[in-house]
Design a protein around this ligand. Structure first.
Ligand code: NAD
Length: 721
C-alpha cells in the first residue's frame, strides 16, 4: 500500500469552540494518519478561533495557518504534489480558495461537505458562501455528511462525478464509557442554533418546566443572554472535547437534536450522536429518515416527538432497560462508526477517485514531489514515509483465517489486487463472503504442504497460514509442523523467484515460557522442543530460521512479525483461545473456565491494530534486520480479563477453575520499542473498546441460551409497548 499525502483546508482543527468541524476533522484525520498517511491541515487564521484554540499542535498531522487567500500561495507546491486536496464546507472565502486549489493540484480534488443540506439549501437560494454550483462538476469527489437520496441529487442535479457518503464518526478511545454519579436526568450538548432551538425547547426546556423535580443541563456557547431557562436547567458555556465523556456520563440520558435541514434531507447523523453512544449514554432523539440505518429505534436509540414522550422515559423506563439501550448503542457505534472505519472509507473513496482520474496512487511516484521535509517536520512524518509501498499484487496465504481476512480487507482498501491461498483448515469462506463481487480479489483453495498450483507473479507475499490456537494446531501436529516448515519454504521460493517481498507471521510462542519480561526480540526463548505445543512453537522457530537463511543466502527481502495474542471480530467461537472462550461462555451463560489460578498474564491486541502493524512492516522500505514484535504491551491477568468480560456482558455465568495446560506460559508482554522506532507503530485500541467490539461480534455469532433469549424477548416487548 502506498501511503497518501493529503492536504485538507477546513474551517478549524485548532479550536472546537462553536463548531463541530474540529471534532470531526480530529477524529477522522487522526485515524487516517494512523493508517500511515500524511496530512497537512490548512486553517485560516481567524480571531474567534485564534482566541479559543484547544488543539494548537496536533500530534497526528501538521497544522499550518494562513492569513488570507494570497497567503495560501505559500502552500502551492505542497498542494500541487499532494495525492489529494480536500476542501471543507464553511472554509472562509471557500469559492475562491477552492478555485485556486483546484488549479494547483495534480491529484484528486475533493469537496468535503460537513453541512450538505445547509449547502444545498444555500445553493438553491443563490447563496454561494463557500461553494458555487459550477464548481461541483470540477471536484473529482463530493464527500457528504449526508447519505441517502441526497447523493443522487448531487450527482444528477449538480453534475458531481462522484458523490459519496462520509458520515461523521467517533474515536472510541477519546469517548469511553465512564462510570460517574448522575447529576442530571437529561443533558444536551451543542452550540446554539436558531433552527435547533424549537426542538430543544420542546424536548428539554418544556419537560424541565413540567418536572421541576428532575435536573437538566445544556452545554454549549452562543445562546442568547435573554433566554428564559427554567431553574432546574444548568447552563454550561463550554465543555472542551476532553470533558465530553464526563459530561455524558454525568447524565442519565442525553438529547440529540438535528438541524432542520438535516431532518429534511435525512441520513444525517450528528457527531454528538456517535459520541454520546460511544460514551454509553442512552440517547433520546428527534426523528428523521435514515435514523434506523444508524441505530435501531427502541433497542439502541429512543426517538421522541413531544415533552410527554421525554417525561415518560425519564420517569418510567426501568434502569435495566436504560443500561441495555446504552450498551447496545455503544456496541453498534464501535462496530460501524468509529473514526477508524471512516478513515478506511475516506482512503477507499480517494483511491477510487484517483483510479477514475487516471492518477492512481499505486503508480504515481510522489516520493520526490512532496516538499515535505520543510513543511512536515518531526519524527512521525519521517517514519511514515518509510511505510511507502508500491506493491499492487499481493498473496495472502492463510487469508481465510481470523487475522488474514482483516489483512485482506486492509490491502484491498489500499488499492492492491489480492489473492488468498488457504486450505480452509481453520479459515472460513464466511470471513471472505463480503468480497465475492470484488474484482481485485480471488481465492485459491490449496494446502501449502502440497506442491503449489500455478500462481501469478506477486510483489508481496504474506504467510499467515498455520492454525493458531492450541486445540487446532494440536489436532494434527505433524501437519502443523509441516505447514510451518514446508509451507514457508515453498512461499520463500516463490518470493525469491519473483524478486518479491515476504512477511512471515511468527508468534510470541517462539519465546516459550519466557524467563525475561517483557520479551524483547533479542531474547532466544525458553521452549520445550518435545511437548505437545512444540509442533507450533518449534515449527514457527524453524520457519524463522528458513526466512533469515533466505535473506542470508539469496538476499531475499523478508520481514518477520512476532505476533502476540490478538483478538477481535471473525475469531472462531470454538478456537479455544482465552478471549473467545471467556466471551462465548459469558454470552451463552455457561461456566467460565479459568485455567490455573488466573494469575498468568497476557497482553491482548485488537486485530485492527495488529493489521496496521503488519501493513507497516511490509511497507517499510528497508528491511528491519531482524524480527519485530507486534502486540499490545498493556498486560493483564486472565482473572482481570474475565472480570472485564463479566462486567461488559452482565453475565450470570459461574467461574470454574481447571488445571493449567502443559507448557502454558505464565507471563507474556511484548516490548514494542522496535516497532515504535522502525515503523512509528503502537496499538491504539484499548482493552475496553476492543472487548466491546469483540463481544458485539460474538453476540451475533452464537445463539444465546433460552434464559437469555427470553430476557431479550421480554425487553423487546417492553420496549415496543
Ligand atoms: P487462523 O487459524 O484463523 O488462520 C490461519 C489460516 O491458515 C486459516 O485460514 C487456515 O485455514 C490456514 N491454513 C492453515 N494451514 C494451512 C496450510 N497448510 N495451507 C494453507 N492454509 C493453511 O489463525 P489467525 O489467528 O488468523 O493467525 C494467523 C497467523 O498469525 C498464524 O500464522 C498464527 O500463527 C499467527 N499468530 C496469530 C496470533 C493470534 O493471536 N491470533 C498470535 C501469534 C501468531
Amino acid at each position: 500500500m502506498i501511503p497518501l499525502r493529503i492536504v485538507v483546508l477546513g474551517l478549524s482543527l485548532s479550536s472546537s469552540w462553536g463548531n463541530g468541524h474540529a471534532t470531526t476533522y480530529r477524529a477522522l484525520l487522526r485515524a487516517f494518519a494512523a493508517r500511515g498517511h500524511e496530512v497537512l491541515f490548512l486553517e485560516r487564521d481567524t480571531p474567534w478561533y485564534a482566541a479559543h484554540r484547544d488543539l494548537p499542535e496536533p500530534d497526528f498531522c501538521r497544522l499550518a495557518f494562513y492569513r488570507d487567500l494570497d497567503d495560501l500561495d505559500r502552500f502551492r507546491d505542497v498542494i500541487a504534489a499532494a495525492d489529494a486536496v480536500i476542501l471543507g464546507s464553511y472554509v472562509p472565502d471557500g469559492v475562491a480558495a477552492g478555485t485556486r486549489v483546484r488549479s494547483w493540484t495534480g491529484g484528486v480534488c475533493a469537496f468535503y461537505d460537513i453541512d450538505t443540506p445547509v449547502t444545498l439549501a444555500k445553493l438553491a437560494s443563490g447563496d454561494h458562501e463557500y461553494l458555487a454550483p459550477e464548481q461541483i462538476p470540477t471536484y473529482d469527489l463530493y464527500l457528504s455528511f449526508t447519505g441517502g437520496p441526497t447523493l443522487g441529487r448531487i450527482e444528477e442535479h449538480y453534475g458531481s462525478p462522484a458523490a459519496r457518503q462520509l458520515y461523521c464518526s467517533v474515536d472510541p478511545e477519546a469517548y469511553p464509557a465512564l462510570d460517574r454519579t448522575k447529576r442530571w436526568d437529561l443533558s444536551y450538548l451543542g452550540t446554539y442554533s436558531p433552527d435547533r432551538q424549537p426542538t430543544l425547547t420542546r424536548l428539554l426546556i418544556e419537560p424541565a418546566r413540567r418536572a421541576p423535580n428532575l435536573r437538566f443541563a445544556v452545554a454549549g456557547p452562543q445562546y442568547p443572554r435573554d433566554l428564559d431557562w427554567p431553574a432546574n436547567v444548568e447552563r454550561i458555556e463550554h465543555v472542551p472535547p476532553s470533558g465530553h465523556p464526563d459530561f455524558y456520563a454525568a447524565s442519565r440520558y442525553t438529547l440529540n437534536v438535528t438541524r432542520a435541514d438535516m431532518i429534511r434531507a435525512g441520513y444525517s447523523p450528528s457527531v454528538r450522536l456517535f459520541e454520546a453512544a460511544s460514551c454509553a449514554t442512552p440517547i433520546l432523539s428527534d426523528r428523521w429518515d435514515g435514523l434506523e440505518t444508524v441505530l435501531a429505534p427502541a433497542s439502541e436509540i429512543l426517538p421522541v416527538d413531544a415533552a410527554a414522550d421525554v417525561l415518560g422515559i425519564l420517569n418510567g423506563q426501568p434502569e435495566s432497560e436504560r443500561i441495555g439501550i446504552a450498551r447496545a448503542a455503544r456496541a453498534s457505534v464501535l462496530a460501524r462508526h468509529s473514526a477508524a472505519h471512516r478513515a478506511g472509507e475516506l482512503e477507499a473513496h480517494l483511491r477510487e477517485a484517483a483510479a477514475r482520474k487516471g492518477t492512481s496512487t499505486d503508480i504515481r511516484d510522489v516520493q520526490d514531489r512532496w516538499p515535505a521535509k520543510d513543511l512536515l517536520k518531526g519524527a512521525a512524518r519521517e517514519k511514515s514515509s518509510m511505510t511507502r509501498d508500491k506493491a499492487s499484487r499481493v498473496l495472502v496465504a492463510g487469508g481465510a483465517g481470523f487475522i488474514g481476512s482483516h489483512l485482506i480487507d486492509a490491502l484491498l482498501a489500499g488499492g492492491a489486487r489480492v489473492t488468498c491461498l488457504d486450505n480452509l483448515e481453520t479459515g472460513r469462506h464466511a470471513n471472505l463472503d463480503h468480497l465475492r463481487k470484488e474484482p481485485r480479489f480471488d481465492f485459491i483453495e490449496a494446502d501449502l504442504v502440497d506442491p503449489l498450483p500455478k500462481l501469478p507473479r506477486f510483489d508481496r507475499i504474506f504467510n499467515l497460514a498455520c492454525p493458531a490456537s492450541p486445540p487446532h494446531y494440536q489436532a494434527d501436529p505433524i501437519h502443523t509442523m509441516m505447514t510451518s516448515v514446508i509451507g514457508t519454504h515453498r512461499l520463500l521460493e516463490l518470493t525469491r523467484d519473483a524478486d518479491a517481498r515476504f512477511l512471515q507471521a511468527s508468534t510470541s510462542e517462539v519465546y516459550g515460557d519466557p524467563e525475561i519480561h517483557p520479551q524483547k526480540e533479542c531474547y532466544w526463548g525458553n521452549v520445550n522442543p518435545t511437548g505437545p505445543r512444540a509442533c507450533y512453537d518449534e515449527g514457527k522457530r524453524a520457519a524463522e530460521t528458513l526466512v533469515f537463511d533466505f535473506e542470508r543466502v539469496h538476499g531475499t527481502d523478508i520481514r518477520v512479525a512476532r505476533i502476540f495474542n490478538t483478538y477481535g471480530a471473525r475469531m472462531r467461537a470454538d478456537d479455544g483461545r482465552v478471549v473467545s472462550n471467556v466471551i462465548c461462555q459469558a454470552l451463552s451463560g455457561t461456566d467460565i473456565t479459568i485455567y490455573g489460578d488466573g494469575s498468568q498474564t497476557r497482553s491482548f491486541c485488537y486485530v485492527s491494530d495488529l493489521v496496521e502493524g503488519l501493513m507497516r512492516l511490509m511497507g517499510a522500505e528497508a528491511s528491519p534486520g531482524g524480527p519485530v514484535n507486534l502486540g499490545n504491551p498493556s498486560e493483564i491477568t486472565v482473572e482481570e480479563l474475565v472480570e472485564h468480560v463479566v462486567r461488559l456482558t452482565g453475565t450470570a455465568s459461574r467461574l470454574v477453575t481447571r488445571p493449567l495446560p502443559v507448557d502454558d506460559p505464565r507471563r507474556r508482554r511484548p516490548d514494542i520499542a522496535r516497532a515504535k522506532a522502525l515503523l512509528g507503530w503502537s496499538p491504539k485500541i484499548g482493552l475496553e473498546a476492543g472487548l466491546e467490539a469483540a463481544i458485539a461480534w460474538f453476540s451475533k455469532e452464537i445463539t444465546p441460551p433460552p434464559s437469555v433469549r427470553s430476557r431479550r424477548l421480554e425487553s423487546d416487548v417492553l420496549a415496543a409497548g
